[in-house]
Structures are given as C-alpha cells and as structure tokens.
Ligand binder design. Structure first.
Ligand code: AN0
Ligand code: CP
Length: 317
C-alpha cells in the first residue's frame, strides 16, 4: 500500500477485518517489519486517541516514532503558493514537506477542515501536497474530508459485535456548541456503504452531507423513526456542508441528544462515538455509561486499525 486516505486504499474489507482480528490476537507477531523504519506523525490539530494509538501501533511493529505538533514549537507554516511571506509565517509548506520526508519512512498527517473555503477543504489541499512532495507513503490521521483510521476501527468494532450479517447502522447528528468538520460522518458513511450494511443517516434539515459520501444510505429527518430497529447508533456532530452555510452551526437543539428513551426504540442497539464526546450535548451520561456503549472498545480498536495500515505501508516500502 502506498497511501491510506480513504476506504478504497485498504482494498477488500473482509480481508482487512480478518487481518485486524489476527493482529488483535497477537500484536507483537511482526516486530521485525518496522525495524530501523521511522514514522513521523504530524499534527496540525489536537489529538488524544490518534496520537497514542498510532504511536502504539508503530511500536508494536518495531518502528521508531517522531511526533511533531506543528503549532507548538515548529515554525508557523504558510500553505498558499505565491504569497509574499511578509507576515507571521516564516516557513513554507513546500520546503517543510520534502525536508520532513528526508527524516522518515512513513508520514501520518492530521489536518482538519479549516472552514475558510469549501473548495480548499474538499480538495484536500494539505494532504495532497504531502502525497505529492514528501516522497514518502502518507496516511491520514483525519484530514479535511475523511477520518479513515477511525472508520476502520468502527468497522472492526461493528464486525465484532453484530448479530446479523447486514446490521442496521444509524448515523445520527447530535448537537455541539462549536463547528466541527464533516470528516468523521463522511468517512463513516463511506465505510458503511462499502461494507454494504443497511445505513440510515438522520439529521436536521440543512445538515445534508456531500452526496458522494451518503451514497445509497437512506436520509431520514425524523430521528426517532431512524432509530427504530437499529442495531448500532453512531452519534456525531458536524457543521453544515451545503452552501451558503458551509461550516456553520445551524442548530444546537438538544432534542437531538441521544438519550435512553431514543435508545429504547432500537433493536437493543449498541451506542458508538469516535470521542472526544461532549456529554449531555451529544449523548446522556446514562447512555454512554450504559452496558450497550462501545466507546471504549471502539477507541481500543484504533490501535488495531493503525497497525494494519502501518503494516501494509511498511510492506509497500
Ligand atoms: C474532531 C472532529 O469532529 O472532527 C475530532 C474527532 C475525532 N472533534 C473535535 O474537534 C471535538
Ligand atoms: N477519535 C479520535 O480521532 O480522537 P482524537 O481526536 O483524540 O485523536
């Protein structure tokens, strides 16, 4: 594998999940694969899970790991070409990328949507420049439009817990005080469609996602109706995608918070969220602490997903 930015890069999902379950049985089976190989993890945005799980996965494979928080200690980076750099950004991404490529074998990037321009975000300008100019295999640790390591971990978690071959999975919007990217819901929908699950997406009017990610999912504006018979409830907030409201918060309506009453409408569904989660905005304490909550095993599977991806990138070197 030469890059990992979307579901297509991982190939057949059954094979990928089987590989993940094998890694989970013995995560130290391939400590030679990453020997004398260096991973650089580059963060333009905060992280707890991605940072720790990916570093752990790399260590399981015998890799050396370097982590750079771009906004803490590195030079501020200009990202636009043609700019007269007389402002507060001393270094350009076009030098920084190949320089960073010199020091490592594999690069992971976290670079969220900035909500300044939909074209820039959905063109994945930052990620694409790393792919083009670093000379190294690049993987996404959440980019502007997708969070594939999260979605892979979500898929593994659903495969471990599903009770039917083709479970009903509901992606529900839930309220949040700040504007959040569409990367997690986009990616989740992309992977659930690829896995051929029954996918229903529910959100208030105005929160429609990019149709390329919605795919063949059913969009249901009535959250309670969407929940009926669900096997998995996947909650997430996102800001509006459609113009002219791209990146805006259109609603903070707590009638959309996932609570026990709504979970009672489901087929005894499991509750999922990628974390970090704002309790009693997205989901009540009762549901997230309840016996059907998968948020911790889901986070634990991030290490497994990252290890499969890093293993394949190392094999491709
Ligand atoms: C980020 C987001 O919604 O994309 C990261 C989630 C994994 N969440 C926040 O910024 C709170
Ligand atoms: N789910 C997830 O990616 O969490 P972090 O933002 O903490 O990495």
């Amino acid at each position: 594998m030469k890059k990992f930015t979307c579901v297509q890069d991982i190939g057949d999902l059954r094979t990928a999940v089987a590989e993940a379950l094998a890694v989970k049985r013995d995560r130290f089976a391939r400590t030679e694969l990453g020997r004398n190989r260096t991973l650089l993890m580059l963060f333009f945005n905060s992280s707890l899970r991605t940072r720790l799980s990916t570093q752990k996965a790399a260590m399981n494979l015998g890799m050396n790991v370097m982590v750079l928080d771009v906004n803490q200690g590195a030079w501020k980076l200009e990202t636009e070409r043609g700019v007269v750099m007389d402002g507060d950004r001393p270094e350009h991404l076009l030098e920084a990328i190949p320089v960073m490529g010199c020091y490592c074998d594999v690069i992971g990037i976290r670079s969220f949507a900035r909500f300044e321009s939909k074209e820039e975000d959905y063109g994945e300008r930052i990620l694409e420049q790393f792919i083009r100019y670093s000379g190294r295999p690049v993987f996404s640790m959440e980019a502007a439009t997708r969070h594939p390591l999260q979605s892979f971990a979500d898929l593994i978690t659903i495969e471990e817990h599903k009770r039917t071959e083709r479970p009903k999975v509901v992606l529900t919007w839930a309220p949040h005080p700040k504007a959040l990217p569409q990367a997690v819901p986009n990616s989740f929908a992309e992977w659930m469609n690829a896995a051929d699950y029954e996918l229903v997406i529910t959100h208030p009017e105005g929160y429609e996602l990019d149709p390329q990610f919605v795919g063949c999912a059913r969009v249901e504006y009535d959250q309670r109706r969407a929940f009926e018979g669900a096997d998995f409830i996947y909650a997430k907030n996102w800001a509006a995608y459609r113009d002219p409201h791209y990146g805006e918060v259109l609603s903070k309506d707590r009638a959309w918070t996932v609570d026990a009453g709504k979970m009672a409408l489901t087929n005894d569904a499991y509750f999922m969220h990628c974390l970090p989660v704002r309790r009693n905005m997205i989901v009540t304490d009762e549901v997230i602490e309840g016996p059907r909550s998968l948020v911790i095993p889901e986070a634990a599977n991030r290490e497994i997903a990252a290890q499969v991806v890093l293993g394949r990138l190392l094999e491709g070197l």
